[in-house]
Ligand binder design. Structure first.
Ligand SMILES: [Zn+2]
Length: 336
């Protein structure tokens, strides 16, 4: 049975009514989980409350103190897009704790998991909040897992590039990072030539695609590039930055995915038969987000139906996608 991690603390990360990363995102998901009886076919496990030392696996102590004190004083804006309230530090730590609890269970019990968390994490840098993210939830999970495991892979299908993941693991090969994202687009990182450095060269794999791509492009990238690399890398744990802002009805991107693409990607990852933990990143259309998550759960074997929302027209894989996959494959032949 798939583990689901959720904690009420996530609702108390207050960003303001007009902010797109708001508690209504998770409320819409919980409503649909209730109405479709998802809790009956999954295992809800809660989330750890982690100490600051756990955050220090990735973040500088000065940065952690800064966020803690800023929130204690009532919060405000940490930058152009990242707002926090007085409870946000605790909520952000709980999001990390959700990922760690799911990862532990995935490793020990060979059970995959999904974390309904906020704030998200993949833009958070070692010493900087960014893109609605305070702490890099999955990077901390990866570090924690590496205390007992050899290799961790992070797969990131959020429409934005996970610049935080790339920064943290750019010179390391014990964490493989694979990202498919819209480019050019926020945060304007994630070019194909950024393959890592030093012993990490070859282990940071970016697939930046222009706007307008659909399910068939994502499926092509997964089947011909990501999965063969993941099979060869043979990770002990797969972590998924599960963002749903590439959905056609999500205003945060020009990508055109339907929920079927999320099921298909989840199915491919699940087929690797490696313990896997997905944590929620983006996805801002609350009408669509719950079903996008249900589609992912279905890909991991949970018997639940979801609305497709988008009528799929006959699609063709774009030439750009084919060319970029060929190009990156050539560049990676030394490693994969
Ligand atoms: Zn995003």
């Amino acid at each position: 049975m798939l583990n689901i991690s959720y904690h009420p603390d996530f609702m108390f990360h207050k960003t303001g009514k007009a902010h797109p990363e708001r508690k209504e995102r998770l409320e819409s998901v919980l409503d649909v989980f209730d109405s479709k009886n998802v809790w009956d076919t999954t295992n809800e496990i809660g989330a750890y409350n982690v100490d600051n030392e756990i955050l220090e696996l990735i973040h500088s102590s000065g940065y952690i103190e800064k966020i803690e004190n800023f929130c204690k004083k009532g919060g405000g804006s940490l930058g152009p897009d990242t707002d926090v309230g007085s409870f946000s530090f605790k909520a952000a730590k709980r999001a990390v704790g959700a990922g760690i609890k799911l990862s532990e269970k995935a490793i020990r019990e060979q059970k995959d998991g999904f974390g309904l968390v906020r704030p998200p994490g993949h833009h958070a840098k070692i010493g900087e909040a960014m893109g609605f993210c305070l702490f890099n939830n999955l990077a901390i999970c990866a570090e924690t897992a590496l205390e007992t495991q050899q290799r961790v892979a992070i797969v990131d299908f959020d429409v934005h590039h996970g610049n935080g993941h790339q920064d943290v693991f750019f010179d390391r090969k014990d964490v493989l990072y694979l990202s498919i994202h819209q480019h050019p687009h926020f945060p304007n990182t994630g070019r194909m030539n950024m393959t890592g450095k030093g012993s990490g060269d070859g282990y940071n794999i970016n697939m930046p695609l222009g706007a307008g791509k659909g399910d068939v492009d994502y499926e092509y990238v997964f089947e011909t590039l990501f999965l063969p690399i993941l099979e060869q890398y043979s990770p002990d744990l797969v972590l998924v930055s599960a963002g749903y802002d590439a959905h056609e009805l999500d205003n945060f991107s020009g990508m055109c995915l339907s929920n079927e693409a999320f099921e298909s990607m989840a199915k491919e990852i699940s087929g690797l038969e490696v313990p896997t933990v997905c944590l929620l990143e983006g996805g801002y259309n609350t009408e669509v987000l719950p079903d996008s998550i249900l589609a992912t759960l279905r890909g991991f074997g949970v018997m639940v139906d979801y609305d497709i929302e988008v009528d799929r027209v006959e699609q063709e894989i774009s030439e750009e996608t084919k060319q970029k996959v060929n190009e990156i494959k050539k560049k990676l032949t030394r490693w994969f």
